[in-house]
Design a protein around this ligand. Structure first.
Ligand code: AMP
Length: 399
């Protein structure tokens, strides 16, 4: 496998942009996918989040693009945040080969998007719903698309986008190159891939179902009425630089935001679909630049978001969908960094916990938080080990 970008066959402007981005060597998904993308083959990439898959498709596409065909590349993403993030990366990689990129997603007006579409975009990055709106309004045609990227396909299907995605694929020319990425590959996704791709090369990195290998993860069993107290104690006791807390509902996210705000040293923001798009962008931006060090989020934020340097993830509840577990804890340990992920487990969630363990084919360690005054629950009999503090305990106290 190639250990330098220059061996992969990328164009000079792209190689310079990669150098500017500070990437020294390709990640495994890049080393495998880039040469086959450059050959023009369709690709199915089963790659965990944080493995560098955006560059794996963006770099070869930018290398191969021909000026003047619009739009030549369509990238479908499940969420607005992901679409924005991919746009930022495309701009970075296209630094020495300028191109017009237009971003189409819901939650904002049409004016800027219409302007972008009249400006002969080379690349369209879109969520399925808004893309179809534009097609119905006649502001966008896909008949010149030569590169189609379906990113985070499992997530798009979970969100009910399958009919939209099929409609969109149908409107693209048959003679196109299709790149298909999904962290997990259940049967429905394989069926879609069989329909949308021609003789694809499969690029599979690591175990499809395993969490990122650089993440240490554990369950923290507790009695149901101590869930909030344990969450607060975990936040207080953990020496995090940046923490994502995942909840099942928007209401839980809002109520935890209030509790975490009380903690010294914690600057939290919330991220869920009832929060205005402009505030969601502010929350993410603030988390990236360090204004906020905690994000309390529902699943909308869980997948694929490239937030570098997340040191810890706490699941307030065991995710109902085992794939979400892999995605959520994938927020830490991105691009070879280490991270810790804690999942609070109560008696009513044992089935979900079993489903997660079955899905990742791994028993997840049960731990206890040192110094926390547990009330008895049978879950604690499960020889839970005390959490060993790796670093000195922080001096965070309630204000
Ligand atoms: P992705 O899986 O595309 O969301 O990428 C995860 C993170 O890894 C992003 O912050 C990328 O900028 C970073 N990254 C991607 N490829 C490389 C590479 N070859 N070397 C270093 N960092 C990378």
């Amino acid at each position: 496998m190639s250990s330098t970008f220059s061996e992969l066959g990328l164009s000079q402007p792209v190689l310079r942009a990669v150098e500017k981005a500070g990437y020294e060597s390709p990640t495994p998904v890049q080393a495998q996918a880039i040469p086959v993308c450059l050959e023009g083959r369709d690709v199915i990439g089963a790659s965990q989040t944080g493995t560098g898959k955006t560059a794996a498709f963006a770099l070869p596409i930018i290398s191969k693009m021909t000026p003047g065909i619009t739009p030549q590349c369509l990238i479908l993403e499940p969420t607005r945040e992901l679409a924005q993030q991919v746009e930022e990366q495309m701009e970075l990689f296209a630094y020495y080969r300028p191109m017009n990129v237009v971003l189409l997603h819901g939650g904002v007006g049409y004016g800027k998007q219409n302007d972008g579409l009249t400006n002969n975009p080379d690349v369209v990055i879109a969520t399925p719903g808004r893309l179809l709106d534009h097609m119905e309004r006649g502001t966008l045609k896909l008949d010149r698309v030569g590169f189609l990227v379906l990113d985070e396909v499992d997530r798009m299907l979970d969100m009910g986008f399958l009919p939209d995605v099929k409609k969109i694929i149908d409107r693209c020319p048959q003679s196109r190159q299709t790149l298909f990425f999904s962290a997990t590959m259940p049967g429905a996704i394989q069926t879609l891939a069989n329909w949308a791709l021609k003789d694809p090369v499969e690029v599979e990195i690591g175990h499809r179902r395993s969490p990122a290998e650089t993440v240490t993860h554990a369950f923290y069993p507790v009695a149901m009425d101590q869930r909030d107290d344990l969450l607060v104690a975990l936040v207080e006791e953990t020496h995090f630089d940046s923490l994502m807390v995942f909840t099942r509902t928007k209401k839980e996210a809002d109520s935890l935001l209030v509790k975490i705000k009380e903690l010294e040293g914690a600057q939290p923001a919330a991220l869920h679909s009832d929060i205005r798009q402009s505030d969601r962008t502010k929350a993410l931006q603030g988390f990236r630049d360090g204004t906020f060090n905690v994000i309390v989020a529902t699943d909308v934020a869980a997948r694929g978001l490239d937030i570098s340097g997340v040191t810890h993830v706490i699941n307030y509840r065991v995710p109902e969908n085992p794939e979400d577990y892999v995605h959520r804890i994938g927020r830490t340990g991105r691009a070879q960094q280490e991270g810790d992920a804690f999942t609070i487990l109560t008696g009513d969630e044992l089935d979900f916990a079993n489903a997660v363990e079955h899905f990742i084919d791994q028993k997840i360690e049960r731990k206890k938080l040192d110094g926390f005054e547990y009330v008895y629950t049978a879950l604690l009999d499960d020889d839970a080990k005390p959490l060993r503090k790796k670093r000195p305990p922080p001096k965070r106290r309630r204000r």
